[in-house]
Design a protein around this ligand. Structure first.
Ligand code: HEM
Length: 148
């Protein structure tokens, strides 16, 4: 019973995190750039920041738990590790990059958006969104396997 609950929580968290970024990229950011309006981005972030952070926290907790259940023993054994181990490693590298960039966007780029303009924030938003999309793909590959 635990495994399906973790998968559902992981998918819900992924929907909120990735969905929020799709809304940002597809509607909020283009409008803000067209109107040169930092306020549009700030308004969106004020509404989304807690939700997004909660979703990311759920991803980390459920993701590490799922990895423990999927991979089992973390200790090195003889022979090459299963593909899932590499894919979880890729997810951890992506996660670290996402956390660093999202933290930088929130703490350094967003407070200076009025002076520096929207471009630095737009670059951060795009990179974080693409990496988050990759998280979905790699997660799916862990589930269905890598064989082509
Ligand atoms: C933005 C963050 C993340 C997103 C969008 C994401 C998305 C996904 C998706 C869509 C799946 C497929 C679920 C399924 O099989 O139905 C998945 C699986 C998985 N994710 Fe994530 N994930 C994220 C973060 C993490 C983190 C931080 C970890 C920790 C290492 C992790 C570990 C896993 C594992 C182990 C699976 C495979 C579960 C299984 O089928 O056995 N994920 N992820």
């Amino acid at each position: 019973m635990l495994f399906p609950i973790l998968i559902i929580a992981h998918l819900l968290g992924a929907s909120v995190w990735v969905g929020g970024h799709v809304v940002l990229l597809a509607t909020v950011l283009p409008l803000a750039l067209r109107e040169n309006s930092a306020a549009r981005v700030i308004d969106f972030e004020e509404g989304y920041d807690r939700l997004g952070l909660a979703a990311l926290a759920i991803q980390v907790i459920t993701g590490l738990w799922l990895a423990k259940l999927t991979i089992g023993d973390w200790r090195p054994s003889l022979g090459p590790p299963p593909t899932a181990v590499y894919l979880v490693g890729v997810k951890l590298v992506l996660l670290t990059t996402i956390v660093v960039l999202a933290g930088r966007a929130y703490h350094r780029v967003l407070p200076r958006i009025a002076e520096q303009g929207l471009k630095p924030f737009a670059v951060h938003a795009w990179v974080v969104s693409v990496l988050s999309g990759l998280m979905l793909v790699v997660g799916g590959l862990i589930r269905v396997g890598w064989s082509v």
